[in-house]
Design a protein around this ligand. Structure first.
Ligand code: UDP
Length: 326
């Protein structure tokens, strides 16, 4: 059955890939985006599809969100402040978007009984030391005096809200914790490591490894993420639940830098940059981050298909074509 989707953050990196996948299946999509970090270029091909509408506006505009949700069967809430640098520089806007904006989106979704996915983040695991991290694990955040935790904490509030609306108001919502999603269209502008390293390597500039590079991340290909989101929407058992969504293949950031240099054939070297210089004084880094994806695997059969080495190759190829990498 063809459905009408509202995707907040629909011109962003992940939102635009989801838009393309939904349009390809014949669904209609309204992308609501303030174009602060999203981009019209990301939906260039969608714009010529008559089933696609781009609405430039803010999720904090509750009447606008209400009007769009009223026309929709499904809401995928992807809009958020992205990039730690932006988050640390403007904690007020971060909290406003993640709390007031999300409240507007979920309130409207509840009024019109829209099937809803709320994008959360692995940041909510905070300083968790249990690796890999699972949905039921307890969470420890750093002090509110440190800007990074405004993001983690406000996304955790989103999760509480989504689950509470599911339980008490019947909102058919699912929370998805995304772990370092990467792929073509992700901009290097907001500090994300892979597009940054690729841009630096292609320019034969030093790759800026923060700290000593022994910290790890687990990168998941955007196509794997989009496939899982579609499967979650199709699965009734996911309502009222939280799922990790990522690829458990863990890599040290220094090894990532070296692999990017190797695959690009660049003459770049590595430059180590202290965290305080990269972000802000007293910055608290998360040393390891790996998702436990057992729950999503058992519910919808999720298996990430694209390996890290293939992901790096795809990002390099798209950057070489200058496709959306700034
Ligand atoms: N990072 C780095 N150099 C950069 C950008 C990021 O070494 O130019 C590191 C960063 O310190 C973190 C990892 O790469 O350990 C992932 O950073 P990103 O901002 O992509 O994601 P997040 O920190 O949200 O996991």
């Amino acid at each position: 059955m063809k459905k009408r989707f509202l995707i907040t953050g629909g011109t962003g990196f992940i939102g635009s890939h989801l838009t393309d996948a939904l349009l390809a299946k014949g669904h209609s999509v309204i992308a609501l985006d303030n174009l602060e970090t999203g981009s019209r270029d990301n939906v260039e091909s969608a714009l010529s599809n008559r089933n696609f509408d781009l609405v430039v506006g803010d999720i904090c505009d509750a009447p606008l969100v209400d009007k769009l949700a009223r026309k929709s069967d499904v809401v995928v809430h992807m809009a958020a402040r992205i990039g730690l640098k932006l988050v640390i520089e403007s904690p007020l806007r971060t909290v406003d978007v993640n709390v007031r904006g999300t409240e507007a989106v979920m309130g409207a979704a509840t009024r019109y009984r829209c099937r809803t996915i709320v994008a959360s983040t692995s940041e909510v695991y905070g300083l968790a030391t249990k690796i890999p991290s699972a949905e039921e694990d307890p969470i420890t955040f750093g002090s509110p005096t440190k800007g990074r935790w405004a993001y983690a904490c406000s996304k955790a509030v989103d999760e509480f809200l989504a689950l509470a609306l599911a339980r008490e108001r019947g909102l058919p919502s699912t929370v998805v914790r995304l772990f370092n999603t990467v792929g073509p269209r992700q901009s290097a502008r907001y500090g994300m490591v892979l597009p940054r390293f690729v841009r630096q390597a292609l320019a034969n500039e030093p790759l800026t490894v923060y700290g000593d590079g022994t910290q790890t991340r687990s990168f998941c290909y955007v196509g794997d993420v989009v496939g899982a989101l579609l499967d979650i929407l199709d699965c009734e058992a996911t309502v009222g639940e939280i799922y990790n969504l990522g690829n458990p293949q863990e890599v040290r950031i220094l090894d990532l830098a070296q692999e990017v240099i190797r695959q690009t054939g660049s003459t770049s070297t590595v430059r180590f940059v202290p965290f305080d210089e990269a972000y802000a004084a007293g910055f608290e880094e998360i040393h390891r981050r790996v998702p436990d994806i057992t729950k999503l695997h058992e519910t919808v059969g999720f298996v990430p298909r694209v390996s890290l080495s293939e992901i790096i190759a795809a990002v390099i190829e798209s950057a070489r074509k200058r496709e959306h990498v700034a």
